[in-house]
Design a protein around this ligand. Structure first.
Ligand code: 4AD
Ligand code: MG
Length: 497
């Protein structure tokens, strides 16, 4: 069997493709079928004179998403999707689909999410899933090439590790249990056995708010390294992200094009080192006059852009009445473009003053909100790594610096408003201090006895981090919401399909 992404090897040959009707139109004695087969899309041209009556009958009875086999000759054609065209000699229908609910018109996102099982066939969703796959493969490659051992941590757990407010409670043979928020604590145990490990698995958090960054079920990659300190941890995280981005840029160019991803920002970070700063430095930047000025300037430039766009719209609208058909289409497309840009500007008008307010009034000791991360990262093209957090707002297992005030944690914030994609730290390796932390947090000591054993038997400095897969996919694909980064998202209000 031949797949569409292999057509280049079969130019001028006769091939049979098996797939579905993505789109079609007919004009007189010609039918144009945009066929998709899972690997790509190609245009198939059926000419009435070239096929049997039966095949012509089949070609003219097609509907969107009907399944079919097409036989024809492969022609190289630069104007066609994918660079080829099939001159059809036979059409064999497997099934004429019922009226397909997702049509080329615009649908609301709730409708699309309710039809997620079908929406996955659409071009943009298809492209995002292929980028996701490439990222997963790149992550495994990165760690396997560096002698890391992949290990699976349990999903049923007996303890909280990332705060008790986002726990999914369940029952395990009449014993209370929780779905894992992280695999880290088990990863630490495994790192003491294998030195370099990573987990790659589902994690669960009962996030009770609907945001574009939070899922209830998401996939996390958690490397854990014996004899690593915070700096080594950060170097590894930076190398990993650069490797992922480079791989996706190299191998998924076509998918990024479909997603209309502006890749210039991604290319910038392949060449340049990431920004590193302490939490305190980050707070100074947020509250600075320069940041306030930058946001004011942003408002001003939006106002100018709005004015120019509205003016352009007026002018082309006047032209519309007397324009030729091709020009009318061009104008309609441009008006649509202007409309969506103006919507974005409206949103910026609502957001920017709030961002400014939040940034300027930020107080040392608070956690960054989404908008603070946005304001901080918009000043750079590369990710920002923030370290030395106020110990109170970070997890109990993080080691502290000499002052005792700061946790040796690192958050990696992606640019372009994507925010935190990695949380990591050097771990507390001292038995007494770990005891204290567990007590301070009010955690059940008994449940953590096994974890304390790691500090009793050959404790060593160690560190690790967790990368959120869906946030990484959203960032690289340029998607506004994590719900489109996983085949079947689970989040508040969404359990089906
Ligand atoms: O910062 P977090 O909570 O860190 C940990 O869980 C550590 N145990 C990791 C470690 O050191 N081994 O989560 C890590 C990352 C976040 O930076 C984010 O990318 C992602 O996991 N994440 C979520 N992604 C989607 N939806 C959610 N609700 C997420 N919560 C965290
Ligand atoms: Mg975090």
């Amino acid at each position: 069997m031949i797949y569409i992404n292999q057509l280049a090897n079969h130019v001028d040959n006769t091939v049979t493709l098996k797939g579905w009707v993505y789109n079609y139109r007919s004009s007189g004695s010609l039918v144009f079928i945009e066929m998709r087969d899972g690997t790509g899309i190609t245009q198939c041209v059926v000419a009435k004179d070239d096929v049997s009556e039966q095949a012509w009958e089949a070609a003219t009875s097609l509907k969107q998403e009907s399944s079919l086999e097409i036989t024809g000759t492969v022609k190289a054609d630069e104007r066609s999707v994918g660079g080829h065209e099939i001159h059809v000699s036979d059409v064999n229908v497997i099934q004429i689909a019922e009226d397909y609910p997702i049509t080329p018109k615009d649908h609301g996102v709730e409708f699309l999410m309710n039809n997620r099982h079908l929406w996955l066939r659409s071009q943009r969703q298809w492209a995002a899933m292929r980028v996701r796959n490439e990222i997963i493969f790149a992550i495994h490659t990165f760690f396997q090439e560096r002698n890391f051992v992949q290990m699976d941590s349990p999903i049923f757990t007996g303890n909280a590790a990332e705060g008790s407010t986002t726990l999914f409670e369940t029952e395990f043979f009449e014993e209370p249990a929780y779905l894992a928020q992280t695999g880290q604590l088990y990863g630490e145990a495994m790192a003491m056995a294998h030195a370099l490990i990573y987990t790659f698995g589902p994690t669960f958090r009962a996030e009770k708010s609907k945001t574009r960054r939070h899922l209830s079920e998401f996939w996390m990659i958690e490397p854990e390294m014996a004899y690593y300190d915070l700096k080594m941890n950060m170097d590894l995280a930076e190398d990993m992200i650069r490797f992922i981005v480079k791989t996706v840029l190299e191998k998924r160019k076509a998918e990024l094009d479909i997603l209309e991803r502006d890749t210039s920002k991604l290319e910038a970070l392949v060449e340049n080192p990431f920004i590193r700063m302490t939490y305190t430095e980050a707070v100074d930047i947020l509250t600075s006059d320069a940041t306030a000025q930058m946001l004011d300037d942003m408002m001003d430039s939006r106002k100018e852009e709005e004015k120019a766009m509205k003016q352009e719209r007026e002018e082309i609208k006047k032209e519309h009445g007397s324009a030729k058909k091709w020009r009318k289409n061009q104008i309609d497309a441009r008006i649509k473009e202007i409309g969506s840009r103006l919507d974005q500007i409206e949103e910026d008008y609502r957001n920017i003053p709030q961002w400014k307010e939040s940034a300027q009034s930020f107080e040392w000791g608070n956690d960054f909100g989404g908008s603070d991360e946005t304001v901080l990262t918009m000043q750079y093209d590369v990710p920002v790594m923030v370290t030395h957090w106020p110990a109170e707002i970070k997890a109990f297992y993080m080691k502290r610096d000499e002052s005792g005030k700061h946790a040796l944690g690192v958050d990696v914030l992606a640019p372009e408003g994507y925010g935190e994609i990695i949380g990591g730290s050097q771990r507390e390796d001292d038995l007494e201090l770990m005891h204290e932390r567990i007590e301070e947090e009010g955690l059940d000591k008994e449940v953590f006895e096994w974890y304390l054993d790691l500090r009793r038997y050959g404790t060593v400095p160690h560190a690790g981090f967790g990368l959120g897969l869906e946030r990484t996919v959203a960032w690289l694909c340029g998607l506004a919401h994590v719900r489109e980064t996983i085949p079947f998202p689970r989040m508040m209000g969404r359990l089906k399909p």
